[in-house]
Design a protein around this ligand. Structure first.
Ligand SMILES: Nc1nc2c(ncn2[C@@H]2O[C@H](COP(=O)(O)OP(=O)(O)OP(=O)(O)O)[C@@H](O)[C@H]2O)c(=O)[nH]1
Ligand SMILES: [Mg+2]
Ligand SMILES: [Zn+2]
Length: 292
């Protein structure tokens, strides 16, 4: 029995794939009952005959996760950047993108917004992600099938997770950045006649020692039930100049008189989209949850 340290590169139920520090990848299982490990976790294991038993996981520097009223779903651990991907040939889901951005803010993960498949045209009068770029979030239009050297520079030294709807091109982006990754894309799954989601579980691919990318299955919903009501306002960074100045010190910034956030929205200083999203989320997160 050997003691080793490694990074979880994929997780299916209680089966994990772990890349050890010596470069070998092995299958591992949780040693105890605990199995709440996720792609990107740094773990310690006992290794015997090419199999491992995970004994512990190091503290996470970040955890991207989502949650509804009933359950939590971890997406990736220890990431520094999240690429939130949309595509010109699919409906743009601004509320979903917004929720991803807030989940990133909650964990100090830097969000980068990507609009993929610009080669397909998509006659946009203006940048459809403008509401986010105006807030200072980096937003880029790309074609994953063509040159994406601008992304290559951005990911250097980062651990990046790619999230977004199914079919937006997350795996295609990864294959372009890491040709060895050979992550399955829709062309392949069509041949295999697989279901709607091509990527079925998160997988971490290494560009080099300090740079890696995590491919994820497509998401349709991004619940934020794990965020506490008091935390929510701080995740809307453009609210900060107005907080603390409302007429009521316990203002919830929904409908109280003398609310400075509301006033800023009326003046166009805060976008009405973001304020509406705030109100919607405020209602959602204050619902009692079963697992909190
Ligand atoms: N024209 C064009 N097609 C693209 C581009 N990027 C991806 N595609 C195509 O879009 C389809 C979906 O791409 P995937 O990479 O499988 O999408 P995904 O986001 O990984 O999807 P899931 O794994 O289901 O979440 C494939 O047929 C890709 O070839 C692009 O820049 N331009
Ligand atoms: Mg995929
Ligand atoms: Zn207020």
């Amino acid at each position: 029995m050997l003691n080793a340290r490694g990074i979880i590169t994929s997780a299916h139920g209680r089966h994990y794939l772990v890349r050890l520090e010596n470069g070998n990848s092995i299958t591992a299982f949780p040693k105890g009952k605990r199995s709440d490990f996720v792609c990107g976790d740094i773990c310690h294991l006992e290794v015997l005959h090419e199999e491992g038993w995970i004994t512990s996981v190091e503290d996470r520097s970040s955890l991207l996760w989502r949650s509804d009223q009933y359950k939590q779903k971890m997406i990736a651990a220890n990431v520094t950047v999240a690429m939130i991907v949309s595509a010109t040939d699919l409906p743009l889901n601004l509320p979903l993108i917004n929720r991803c951005v807030l989940a990133c803010e909650h964990q100090n993960i830097r969000p980068i917004l990507i609009l993929n498949k610009i080669d397909l045209g998509g006659a946009f009068q203006e940048n459809p992600l403008e509401v986010f770029s105006k807030l200072g979030y980096l937003s880029l239009s790309i074609s994953a099938k063509n040159n994406i050297d601008n992304l290559r520079k951005l990911i250097r030294g980062e651990r990046v997770v790619l999230v977004g709807n199914s079919g937006v091109g997350k795996s295609t982006i990864i294959n372009n950045l890491i040709p060895d990754a050979k992550s399955k894309t829709r062309e392949i799954s069509r041949v295999l006649n697989a279901g709607k989601h091509t990527t079925t579980h998160a997988t971490l691919y290494e560009v080099n020692e300090e740079t890696s990318l995590i491919d994820c299955p497509g998401i349709q919903a991004f619940g934020l039930h794990h965020i506490r009501t008091e935390e929510l306002t701080s995740l809307f960074k453009e609210f900060s100049p107005y907080l603390g100045n409302c007429q009521f010190s316990d203002c919830s910034h929904i409908s109280e008189p003398g609310c400075k956030v509301h006033e800023a929205t009326s003046k166009g200083l805060v976008s009405s989209f973001r304020w509406e999203q705030y109100k919607q989320l405020r209602r959602e997160v204050s619902d009692t949850t079963l697992w909190k």
